[in-house]
Design a protein around this ligand. Structure first.
Ligand SMILES: Cc1ncc(C[n+]2csc(CCOP(=O)(O)OP(=O)(O)O)c2C)c(N)n1
Length: 589
C-alpha cells in the first residue's frame, strides 16, 4: 500500500486494474477521458478507443460474456449513445465483472447539456455508485467488479467534473490475481429475443429485490450523525460541499445511488426534525427519496437546479447569507475559448460566412466556428447531427429559395456517428455539402487517435481508414480533398460544391493536422506600415491578431503566431509579412 495523489479518473483506472480488470473500452469525452488514458498505462491491460460509446459497451458486454473483467468509460451524453446495449445488458447480466463510468458535467464546462446519469441507472436497473473523492473512486470501482459478478449485472460508477478532475490522496493497493471466468454457451442468458428475454426480465426483477435488500447494509452508504435538527441526504461531490456548508447537520451520505435503502433512509429521516436532499442539476435523488415514503422538506430559499453547487449556494438555500463561491472573487474576467492560432478549421468557417451558408454544425473544436467573429454555424445538437440535420434542412427547404446548406463535422465525430447519417442521405438521394474537417486527431478531448488517423490508445499497430475511399464507396461522386490553410482553395471548393453541384451530394475533406499535433514553429508574421485598418484580418478570430482600439491598426502577437499564414491571405494591402527564417534565432521568440 502506498498513498498517492490521484484524480478521480486516475483512481477509477487504478481501482479497475487492482480488481484484475484487463480490458478497457471507451470513447473520449470530458470529464471521463483520462480514466481510460490512465488505465491504458497499466501493465497487462488492453485498452482501446472505440468509434462511439454504444460500440464500446457492446465490446465490453462481449468481453464480459467471454469471462474477462471490463471497464468502459464515457461522458454523460455518451450514455445516451450507449443506452441501447446498457438497458439489455441489465437483462443478460455479466460473466466477468463489467463496470461502466458515466462522468457527468453539471455546469456544462465542456458539454451541450447537463443531464444526470442517475436516471439511466434507475431506468435500466443498473446499480450505481457515487464516489465523493479519489479514495472512494478507487475503492468503489475495485469493489464494483466483484459486485457485478455477485449480482450478475453491470455496475455503473457516476462521477462529476469535481470528482473526476480533483486530485486527492488514495491508498493504492495491489492487483488481485483474477482468473478470467470460463465461457459457456448459454443462449437463455445471452440471446435476448422475446422467448429468452421474458424469463430474463423475471431474473432481473428478483435481482432488483436482492439489490434493494443489500442496499440496506451497503457499506458505501454512511450516516454521519451530528445534530438532530437538520438531516441532509447527498452524495458524490455535493457531499463535500454539504459538510463544508453545514458542519452541524447530520448527513446520510449516499454511496449507492440506485437502488436506495428504503428502511435506512426512513430511519435516518425519523432521527432528525427535518430532512433535506441536496443534489446538483436535477431532482433525481429528491424524488427517489420521496418515493420511499420519506418526508422531504422544502428549502427555506432556492437551491439552483442548474450548474454546479458550491458551499455558498447550499448555505443560501438554507437562508444563510454567503457568497456563491467562498474563495474566489466574483469579478474574475471570463476567458471565452477560441480556435487556436493556426487552427486548420478557421478558414473553412471564414469562407462559409462569406457565402452565408446555412451551416449545420457538430461537436468538436470546430463548434467554436459558431462564435464571433466567424459566427458561421446555425446548429449544434449532438455528435453526428450535422449531417442528418443538413438532410432535414434540405427536405424542409426544398422548393424554396435558400442559402447553400453545408454540414461541418470533424473526423472523429464522423467516425462516431456521422457515417450512418451520411448513409441515410445517400440512400434517400439527398443533396447538400458535407465538410469533413480532418485534422488528423480528436482534438477537443485532448488529441486521441481515431479510425481516420490510425493512432491507437496504446500505440499498437493499427489500420488507418481511407476516408475518401470510404465516402466514395457510398456512391458519392463529388469528393475532394482540400488544404484548409489555402484560402483560395477553400473558397473554390465551397463554391463548386454549393453552386455547380448544388443539386447533388458532395463531400469536401479539409485535411491538415491540428496545430497541437505538430508544434512546428515557422517564422511568425508581423504587420508592416501598409496596414489600412480595414479589419479584414481580424475577422478571422485568430487569438494572435488584434486591432488597436484607437488607430484600428492590426497587430500580431509574435509569441502566439505560429506562422500559418492564414491572415496574410486576407490582407488586400500586403501589410502582413513573414519574418525571414534566418531571423528566428533557432526558433526562440
Ligand atoms: C456522445 C458524445 N461523446 C463524446 C463527446 C465528447 N466530445 C466532444 S467533441 C469530441 C470529438 C471531436 O473530435 P473531432 O470530431 O475530430 O473534432 P476536433 O475536435 O478534432 O476538431 C468528443 C469526443 C460528446 N460531446 N458526445
Amino acid at each position: 500500500m502506498s498513498v498517492q495523489l490521484m484524480s478521480g479518473n486516475e483512481a477509477i483506472a487504478r481501482g479497475a486494474w487492482e480488481a484484475g480488470c484487463t480490458i478497457g473500452v471507451a470513447y473520449p469525452g470530458t470529464p471521463s477521458t483520462e480514466t481510460m488514458e490512465s488505465f491504458a498505462t497499466y501493465e497487462g491491460v488492453y485498452a482501446e478507443w472505440c468509434t462511439n460509446e454504444k460500440v464500446a459497451v457492446e465490446v465490453g458486454v462481449g468481453a464480459s460474456a467471454a469471462g474477462a473483467r471490463v471497464l468502459s468509460t464515457m461522458k454523460h451524453v455518451g450514455v445516451n449513445v450507449a443506452a441501447d446495449p446498457l438497458f439489455t445488458a441489465a437483462y443478460t447480466g455479466v460473466n466477468g465483472g463489467f463496470v461502466i463510468l458515466a462522468a457527468d458535467d453539471p455546469g456544462m464546462y465542456s458539454s451541450q447539456n447537463e443531464q444526470d446519469s442517475h436516471f439511466y441507472a434507475a431506468a435500466s436497473h443498473t446499480p450505481m455508485l457515487d464516489p465523493s473523492d479519489s479514495s472512494e473512486a478507487l475503492a468503489f470501482t475495485r469493489s464494483a467488479f466483484e459486485l457485478s459478478e455477485r449480482f450478475d449485472v453491470p455496475f455503473m460508477i457516476r462521477s462529476t467534473v469535481r470528482v473526476s478532475h480533483t486530485k486527492t490522496p488514495v491508498e493504492a493497493g495491489e492487483k488481485i490475481n483474477y482468473e478470467p471466468k470460463p465461457y459457456e454457451k448459454n443462449a437463455a442468458k445471452w440471446v435476448m429475443m422475446p422467448a429468452f428475454a421474458k424469463p430474463r426480465r423475471k431474473v432481473q426483477l428478483q435481482r432488483i429485490r436482492d439489490l434493494e435488500e443489500w442496499a440496506e447494509e451497503c457499506p458505501f452508504n454512511r450516516i454521519e450523525k451530528k445534530g438532530s435538527e437538520v438531516g441532509i441526504v447527498c452524495g458524490g461531490a455535493v457531499y463535500q460541499h454539504v459538510v463544508d456548508a453545514l458542519p452541524d447537520a447530520s448527513v446520510f451520505k449516499v454511496g449507492l445511488s440506485w437502488p436506495l435503502p428504503k428502511q435506512a433512509l426512513n430511519d435516518f429521516a425519523n432521527s432528525v426534525d427535518a430532512l433535506f436532499v441536496v443534489e446538483e442539476g436535477s431532482e433525481y435523488l429528491t424524488k427517489q427519496v420521496a418515493s420511499l415514503g420519506v418526508n422531504v422538506s422544502e428549502f427555506p430559499a432556492e437551491l439552483p437546479r442548474d450548474g454546479e453547487l458550491s458551499p455558498g449556494l447550499i448555505k443560501r438555500a438554507f437562508g444563510i447569507d454567503a457568497p456563491e463561491h467562498m474563495d474566489s472573487p466574483d469579478d474574475v474576467p471570463g476567458r471565452p475559448p477560441a480556435l487556436c492560432a493556426g487552427c486548420p478549421h478557421r478558414l473553412v468557417f471564414k469562407e462559409l460566412s462569406r457565402i452565408k451558408a446555412i451551416v449545420t454544425g457538430d461537436i468538436g473544436c470546430y463548434t467554436l466556428g459558431a462564435l464571433p467573429p466567424l459566427a458561421s454555424m446555425d446548429t449544434c445538437i449532438d455528435m453526428g447531427a450535422s449531417v442528418s440535420m443538413s438532410h432535414g434542412f434540405e427536405l424542409a427547404l426544398a422548393g424554396r429559395d435558400h442559402a447553400p446548406i453545408v454540414a461541418v463535422i470533424g473526423d472523429s465525430t464522423f467516425g462516431h456517428s456521422g457515417l450512418s447519417s451520411l448513409i441515410t442521405t445517400v440512400y434517400n438521394k439527398g443533396a447538400g455539402t458535407v465538410c469533413i474537417l480532418d485534422n488528423r486527431t480528436t482534438a477537443m478531448t485532448g488529441r486521441q487517435g481515431n479510425p481516420f488517423n490510425g493512432v491507437t490508445l496504446q500505440n499498437r499497430e493499427s489500420r488507418e481508414l481511407d476516408l475518401v475511399g470510404l465516402v466514395s464507396a457510398l456512391g458519392i461522386q463529388n469528393v475532394t480533398v482540400v488544404n484548409p490553410h489555402d484560402a483560395k482553395a477553400v473558397r473554390n471548393a465551397l463554391k463548386v460544391a454549393t453552386k455547380e453541384q448544388a443539386d447533388d451530394l458532395s463531400v469536401i475533406v479539409f485535411k491538415a493536422p491540428c496545430v497541437l499535433l505538430h508544434r512546428e514553429r515557422k517564422p511568425y508574421f508581423f504587420v508592416n506600415g501598409d496596414c489600412r485598418s480595414c479589419g479584414q484580418c481580424t475577422t478571422l478570430g485568430c487569438p494572435a491578431l488584434s486591432k488597436d482600439a484607437d488607430t484600428g491598426l492590426a497587430a500580431i502577437d509574435s509569441a502566439m503566431c505560429i506562422g500559418c499564414g492564414q491572415c496574410a491571405q486576407y490582407c488586400g494591402f500586403g501589410a502582413i509579412e513573414q519574418i525571414p527564417a534566418s531571423s528566428m534565432n533557432g526558433g526562440a521568440r
